[in-house]
Design a protein around this ligand. Structure first.
Ligand SMILES: [Zn+2]
Length: 53
C-alpha cells in the first residue's frame, strides 16, 4: 500500500520528519474508504479496501 501511495505522489515532504500524508478513514455502506491527502500539493487519493490487498 505504501509503495502505491508513493508512486501516486512524488512531492518532497516539507515536514522534517518526512510525513506529508494525512490519512482519513471513513466507513461507508460499501466498505472502508481511505482518503489520503498530500500536505504538499493538497491532492486527495481515494483508496478502497481492495486497494490494500
Ligand atoms: Zn503531493
Amino acid at each position: 500500500m505504501e509503495q502505491k501511495i508513493k508512486s501516486w505522489d512524488t512531492c518532497n515532504p516539507v515536514d522534517v520528519a518526512g510525513a506529508k500524508f494525512a490519512y482519513i478513514f471513513s466507513p461507508t455502506g460499501l466498505g472502508l474508504v481511505i482518503k489520503v491527502e498530500c500536505d504538499v500539493c493538497k491532492r486527495i487519493l481515494y483508496l478502497t479496501e481492495e486497494f490494500l490487498i
